[in-house]
Design a protein around this ligand. Sequence first.
Ligand code: ARG
Length: 461
Amino acid sequence: MTSGRNSKLWGGRFSESTSDLMEAFSESVSFDARLFRHDILGSQAHARMLQKVGVLTDADAAAIVDGLDAIGADIEAGRFEWKTELEDVHMNIESELTRRIGEAGKRLHTGRSRNDQVATDVRLYLRDAIDALLAVIDALSGALLDLAEREAESVMPGFTHLQVAQPVTFGHHMLAWREQIRRDRERLLDVRKRVNVLPLGSAALAGTVYPIDRHFVAAQLGFDGVTENSLDAVSDRDFAIEFCAAAALIMVHLSRWSEELILWSTPMFGFVTLPDRFCTGSSIMPQKKNPDVPELVRGKTGRVIGDLQALLVLMKGQPLAYNRDNQEDKEPLFDAIDTVSACLRIYAELVPSIGVNRTRCREAAAAGYSTATDLADYLVRKGLAFRDAHHAVGAAVAHALAQGRDLSALSLQTLQTFSPLIEDDVYAAITLEGSLAARNHIGATSPAQVRAAIARARGHD
Ligand code: ARG
């Protein structure tokens, strides 16, 4: 149909109906239908407010609230037919409301625009998503604490440049991961403050002529306050961008852990085994057990970084106020939420079942001259300047390397050729346990400090 009237909710001034191509191109209901619960909550709060200020009668408001409840129940039950020609979630629900309750349904949109409506829905949706993510992060950081406790004494090599550097406890390494995710949690909480502000009442861009009570709406919806400027409130999506930045950083952390788990689970490292139920095999090589979870998480990190990028670029050219460009905020935002949530969830399940091969970890720590610094520190305690000690120990390491032996396997006589200050108490200092125990201050790797950090994290100190 190319002539005659246009039957859209907004079709009054149009003299031809929308082209099929345009409908398919511009619809968003295929991806914004997931906002339905929040769209309904927002509409009900708006209707109650219009009733309170006398714009809607009690009977109309009640019909709207009940009608929306019934629609919500039908959507939940899969009994709702979404229509592309109705464009988006907002107009699908509003049209159905009017079909069901008549006149009163047509009054719902008084003093409101889809521009403040969609901004409200997305904020409500994102707030719930953040709260759900916070709960998964708590589960994951609890799992890391438990694993750190289990492995508080286990020695493994600590790396710099992926070369064996100094011994650390496996527990200390797990607590490092936990620090990252705790900061991620704080970032989400901080983003949540700026998400949780009500834009409704901004209407299309300039506010509305009705005597609305925005604080009443905010209180009903659990918002901490109302936005201060209508032009800004309908147009900016910085709250979604901030969320994606926090999500991207979570993914970057998970990706780093993934890289370690992938390395550690190879036979060459052999530090950990991942549970069979989280791995897959090869269709050709019968011996293979592949670390798919960390690989997929590492791979999905690129997606979420891309989501952040998409939103930044989406926003950069937009003049005030609302532009249809903003409809493109949803797919990246939802993708970031879904992806980060799936990755956190699977890590929360996987971490408790990480098997630590303590013998292999210990061998690797012993093999790399990881206590060379301890020998230098020993010489410093005996009075040598650190630079001289460093040099002497370097020579000892070169000698041990040539012999294919560890430092602690060299005889006292041999060690003394590198420094006459070395006595037989040296062996206590250059064992793995001696090295760990000596790093005994807050933030360091000794088993005692790992236990103290766990106690602080659990609020038991
Ligand atoms: N689907 C639109 C969006 O996601 C809703 C707002 C549409 N507003 C408009 N003036 N066309 O942004």
